[in-house]
Design a protein around this ligand. Structure first.
Ligand SMILES: Nc1ncnc2c1ncn2[C@@H]1O[C@H](COP(=O)(O)OP(=O)(O)O)[C@@H](O)[C@H]1O
Ligand SMILES: [Mg+2]
Length: 302
């Protein structure tokens, strides 16, 4: 399922992220300690991450070497904005994931800029780490920490027959970790950040199913001061986008909470948010749960 733009216009590329302060809000609780800083870079860590430093600038040649010239067998997956390859840094020790954005002009460049700026300023154990980027000529590449177990989508919906389904504990651990990532964006980042693309393919998993949010290209700064929302062009993924945001373009942190609710339903039911192979009345998970749940409620409550 890919991201969709709707009507309306949006602000200048990167202006949002550029206004973001890396410091937590004074009134908010202290951000959770970043466990990724607690051990040396060569050791294996829980969450599979490496220490934060400034995003490194790579040359295209370095990333071509790291991914064996973007060889097919290094391909980890493909999303709406490009392909992701597994790579090894020159020292051979550090495994990376390299996303090569489609060279489709302004929109891709905008996502690239927002993602670099957001992930350079936001740091939390439940957000994927951006190691660096490359902007050689018209090439746009992002270099992330490699997430051993791929995406939640790979485990929940695109599971190969030889892979065991996620057990209940793993499902709940993923929900809690992903919620902590959102909580950091909403309640601890200053100003708050609205993620706008919460869905299983953007929840990446390291060892022990430790979840991290990835893909910040659609992220937007939330309302500040007296404002209750920000008005934006509607972006997101069909099935996960909050109906009131899709209808009005008025974005609040609650839009992410709606998407979280959809993913939570996917985790507990094992069904996709939208599944056209299901019979009428069951293809939309939220509508199906609503009608099923309502049929169990005593009629006096309905
Ligand atoms: N850092 C990473 N480590 C391991 N696999 C990744 C990483 N980033 C992305 N992937 C894989 O590549 C796929 C495509 O990623 P992406 O371009 O973000 O598209 P989408 O989110 O639309 O699936 C993901 O679903 C995931 O399986
Ligand atoms: Mg993604």
């Amino acid at each position: 399922m890919s991201c969709f733009p709707c009507s309306g216009s949006s602000g200048k590329a990167g202006e949002d992220a550029a206004a973001l302060s890396p410091s937590p809000r004074p009134s908010a609780a202290k951000p959770a300690p970043d466990r990724s800083n607690s051990r040396s870079s060569s050791s294996v860590r829980r969450g599979g991450s490496i220490p934060h430093g400034p995003a490194k600038i790579f040359t295209f040649r370095e990333l071509a070497i790291a991914t064996k010239n973007f060889r097919k067998d290094c391909l980890l997956g493909e999303g709406g904005f490009g392909r992701v390859y597994k790579g090894h840094m020159e020292n051979g020790q550090q495994v990376i994931a390299v996303k090569q954005l489609d060279r489709n002009g302004f929109q891709g460049n905008r996502e690239f800029l927002v993602e670099v700026l957001m992930l350079s300023l936001l740091h939390h154990p439940n957000l994927v780490r951006l190691i660096g980027y490359c902007a050689d000529g018209d090439q746009r590449l992002l270099v992330y920490e490699y997430m051993l177990l791929g995406s939640l989508e790979n485990h929940l919906h695109d599971r190969p027959p030889d892979r065991e389904p996620l057990d209940w504990n793993a499902r709940m651990r993923i929900a809690v970790g992903a919620a902590k990532g959102l909580e950091y964006l909403h309640d601890k980042a200053n100003p708050p950040v609205i993620y706008r693309d919460f869905k299983p393919s953007n929840i990446l998993l390291s060892e022990d199913y430790y979840p991290k949010l990835s893909d910040f290209g659609l992220a937007k700064l939330g309302p500040v001061g007296e404002n209750t929302h920000v008005s934006t062009r509607v972006m997101g993924t069909y099935g996960y986008c909050a109906p009131e945001y899709a209808m009005t373009g008025q974005l609040t942190v609650k839009s992410d909470v709606y998407s979280f609710g959809v993913v939570f339903l996917e985790l507990v039911t094992g069904r996709r948010a939208i599944d056209h192979t299901k019979p009428d009345g069951e293809s939309n998970l939220v509508a199906w749960v609503r009608s099923t749940a309502l049929s169990y409620l005593p009629s006096v409550l309905v």
